[in-house]
Each structure stands twice: as C-alpha cells, then as structure tokens.
Design a protein around this ligand. Structure first.
Ligand code: CDP
Ligand code: MG
Length: 132
C-alpha cells in the first residue's frame, strides 16, 4: 500500500466542491486515511512548493494557495501516487481530459483545484509538512 498527499486547493474549497472531488478518488477504490481543513501560511506554502521558488508564477501561486482554507488529505491504496496523478489530470485544465478532476473543475493553470505528490520521496516529504 502506498500513501500520497493531496491538497484540495482554494479555488475548489471556495466553490464548495470538496465532496465532488473526494468522490473521484473513492470511486477508484482509494482510501482517505487522513483529512483536515487548513490555513496554509506563506511559510508552509513556500516549503511545500520549494522546488518552484524563482519561477515566474511563484508569487501568484503562493498568494493563491494561502488566500482561503484548503483541504489536505492522505490518500492510500495500491499505486496511489500514480493513480491520483492520473485522476487529477494535466496541470493545465485546458489540456486535461474531461473525466479528470482538473478537466472537470480547474479554472486556469494556476487555479487547477488539486495538488498531488509526484513520487514517493515527495509524498513522504509533503505528508510531513501537512500532517506533523
Ligand atoms: O501540480 P503539478 O505537479 O501538476 O504541476 P507543477 O508543474 O509541479 O506546478 C505546481 C503548481 O504550480 C501547479 O499545480 C499550478 O498550481 C502552479 N503553476 C502555475 O501557476 N503556472 C505554471 N506555469 C505552472 C504551475
Ligand atoms: Mg508538481
């Protein structure tokens, strides 16, 4: 069994679609093992997105991710890291398949509704950031 970290981002919590998003994961047989509403501080958001420091979109990303509460989840299952990335879809909602979360709900390349860890090292690192 593998664990991954998901964030349901502010554009989604603001539109009251947390439940709709979680159902995408549950329908694929994945388990929600931890879940909590959180206010991301600038410090925590910067730590989470540290590999993006210096990119042109970084400041916009941090102000977006800290502007409203987000919902952090640990999702568990066989091959959970890859499965969740597929369920989320392409970073850019316009390029994402329509049956993915981002293809269904994402508003823009920044406001794309969900985050998921991209490898097991980052999953462990990110779970510690949000659930320590
Ligand atoms: O989230 P994902 O791993 O699919 O994409 P990423 O390339 O690791 O980027 C992390 C996050 O930064 C994205 O989910 C977007 O919210 C944001 N981003 C952005 O605002 N503009 C870009 N050109 C690329 C990413
Ligand atoms: Mg990424």
């Amino acid at each position: 069994m593998e664990k991954t970290l998901v964030l349901i981002k502010p554009d989604a919590t603001e539109r009251n679609i947390i439940g709709s998003i979680i159902s995408f994961y549950e329908k694929q047989g994945l388990k929600i093992s931890q879940m909590q509403m959180m206010e991301a501080s600038v410090e925590k958001a910067t730590l989470h997105y540290s590999e993006h420091i210096g990119r042109p979109y970084f400041d916009e990303l941090i102000s977006y991710i800290t502007r409203s509460p987000l919902c952090a989840l640990v999702i568990e299952g066989e091959d959970a890291i890859n499965k969740v990335r597929k369920i989320n879809g392409n970073t850019d909602p316009e390029k994402a398949d329509k049956n993915t979360i981002r293809g269904s709900f994402g508003l823009s390349k920044t406001e794309n509704s969900v985050h998921a860890s991209d490898c097991s090292e980052n999953a462990q690192r990110e779970i510690k950031i949000w659930f320590s």
